[in-house]
Write a protein that binds this ligand. Structure first.
Ligand code: FAD
Ligand code: NAP
Length: 314
C-alpha cells in the first residue's frame, strides 16, 4: 500500500556513513528515517575480518554492521527496509520514492549510498571472491605476509594497492592491459623502484586459477593482447584495482559530481551543491574509502544537517 512519510532528515544508505549519521541525527532529536537499500549494512557485509575498526582488534564485517544498526535504532532512528528508486532535489521538502511504494518527504537529506568496486566480470573471479580475490588491499593485504600476489589495473588505485602490498607480500606482480600506466608519475617512479614489484605489460587476465578444497587462489592465467600468448602467474592473492563506481545514479543530474561520478562536497564539510542535501562516505570519497572515514563523514553530515535545519526551520 502506498503511503507518504515525512521526516526532518532522510538518510539514504545503511553502511557506516548512514548508520553513524543516524546515531548523531537521533541524538540531535531529529527523528531521522534511514532507508537501507538492497545491501543492508553496506560493503562490510561482504567481508569477513575487519582489523582496523578502532576498539575491535578483529570484528566480522556483518557483525559490526548489525551492531551499528542496533545502535542507530537504540538512539531513536527509524530504519526502513526499502530502496530509493528516485529522488527529487529540485524543491523542498525533498521527495524520494521507494520500491515499496512509499513516498518519503524530507526537510534535509543525507546521501550515504557508498561505492562499489568494479570487477572484471570473470566467473572464476566471482568464485574466489573472499577466498583470495579481493578489491581492497588495505583490508586484506595483511593476510598475504610472505606470499605472492597479483594486482590488476594501471591507475592510481592499482599502483597504490601494489605498493601497499609490498609491505606484506614477498612478490607483487602488476598486470596491465597496456604498455603504460595512467597513474601519477610520482607513484609510477615508486613502483618501478620497488624490488618486490614485477610488471606484466600488455596482458589481460582471462581466468583466476585455484583449488577447490580448501577454496583458494593459486594463480592467474593471463593473455598477451599483442601476441595472444598465454602465461600463468602463480599467486595466493588476486587484487582487482580497476576503479570504483560511486552509487550516485540517484543524483547524477541534480548535484555536482567530480572524479568520475563522486558527489562533490564543499571542502571540510558534507555540503553538496544543493543546500539541505549532504553527502558522506564512499559516495564522496575517491581517496580513503574506509569504514572509519565513512563513519566520520556520517557524523559530519548529521551535524551539518542539524545546523542547516536550525537556520532554515520555523
Ligand atoms: P557502503 O558501505 O557502500 O553502503 C552503501 C549503502 O547504501 C548500502 O547500505 C546500500 O544498500 C545503500 N544504497 C545504495 N543505493 C541505495 C538506494 N538507491 N536506496 C537506498 N539505499 C541505497 N574498510 C575498512 O575500513 N576496513 C576493512 O577491513 C574493509 N574491508 C572491506 C572489504 C570489502 C570486501 C569491501 C568491498 C570493502 C571493505 N572496506 C573496508 C571498505 C568499507 O567497506 C567502505 O569504505 C565502507 O563500507 C563505506 O561505507 P559507506 O557507508 O560510505 O557505504
Ligand atoms: P582509473 O583511474 O579509472 O584506472 C582504472 C585502471 O584500470 C586503468 O588503468 C584501466 O586501464 C584499468 N582497467 C579498467 N577496466 C579494466 C578491465 N576490465 N580490465 C583490465 N584493466 C582495466 O581508476 P582508479 O585508479 O581507481 O582511480 C579513480 C580516480 O581516483 C582517479 O581520478 C584517480 O586519480 C583517483 N585516485 C587518486 C588517488 C590519489 O590521489 N592518491 C588514489 C587513488 C585513486 P586503462 O589505463 O587501459 O584504461
Amino acid at each position: 500500500m502506498s503511503e507518504t512519510r515525512h521526516t526532518r532528515v532522510l538518510i539514504i544508505g545503511s553502511g557506516p556513513a548512514g548508520y553513524t549519521a543516524a546515531v548523531y541525527a537521533s541524538r540531535a532529536m531529529l527523528s531521522p528515517i534511514l532507508v537501507q537499500g538492497i545491501q543492508p549494512g553496506g560493503q562490510l557485509t561482504i567481508t569477513t575480518e575487519v582489523e582496523n575498526w578502532p576498539g575491535d582488534t578483529e570484528v566480522q564485517g556483518p557483525d559490526l554492521m548489525v551492531r551499528m544498526q542496533a545502535h542507530a535504532e537504540a538512539m531513536g532512528a527509524e530504519v526502513i527496509s526499502d530502496h530509493i528508486q528516485s529522488l527529487d532535489l529540485s524543491k523542498r521538502p525533498f521527495t524520494a520514492h521507494g520500491d515499496s511504494g512509499t513516498t518519503y518527504t524530507a526537510d534535509a537529506v543525507i546521501l550515504a549510498t557508498g561505492a562499489q568496486a568494479k570487477w572484471m566480470g570473470l566467473p572464476s573471479e566471482e568464485k574466489f571472491k573472499g577466498f583470495g580475490v579481493s578489491a581492497c588491499a588495505t583490508c586484506d593485504g595483511f593476510f598475504y605476509r610472505g606470499r605472492e600476489v597479483v594486482v590488476i589495473g594501471g591507475g592510481n588505485t592499482a599502483v597504490e594497492e601494489a605498493l601497499f602490498l609490498t609491505n606484506f607480500a614477498s612478490k607483487v606482480t602488476l598486470i596491465h592491459r597496456r604498455d603504460s600506466l595512467r597513474a601519477e608519475k610520482i607513484l609510477q617512479d615508486r613502483l618501478f623502484k620497488n624490488p618486490k614489484v614485477e610488471i606484466l605489460w600488455d596482458h589481460v587476465v582471462e581466468e583466476v586459477l585455484g583449488n577447490e578444497q580448501p577454496l583458494g587462489v593459486t594463480g592467474v592465467r593471463a593473455r598477451n593482447v599483442a601476441t595472444g600468448a598465454e602465461t600463468v602467474v602463480p599467486c595466493d592473492g588476486f587484487f582487482v584495482a580497476i576503479g570504483h563506481a560511486p552509487a550516485s545514479e540517484l543524483v547524477k543530474d541534480q548535484l555536482e559530481l567530480h572524479n568520475g561520478g563522486y558527489v562533490k562536497v564543499k571542502p571540510g564539510t558534507t555540503e553538496t551543491s544543493t543546500p539541505g542535501v549532504f553527502a558522506a562516505g564512499d559516495l564522496t570519497d575517491h581517496v580513503y574509502r574506509q569504514a572509519v572515514t565513512s563513519a566520520g563523514m556520517g557524523c559530519m553530515a548529521a551535524l551539518d544537517a542539524e545546523r542547516w535545519l536550525a537556520g532554515h526551520e520555523g
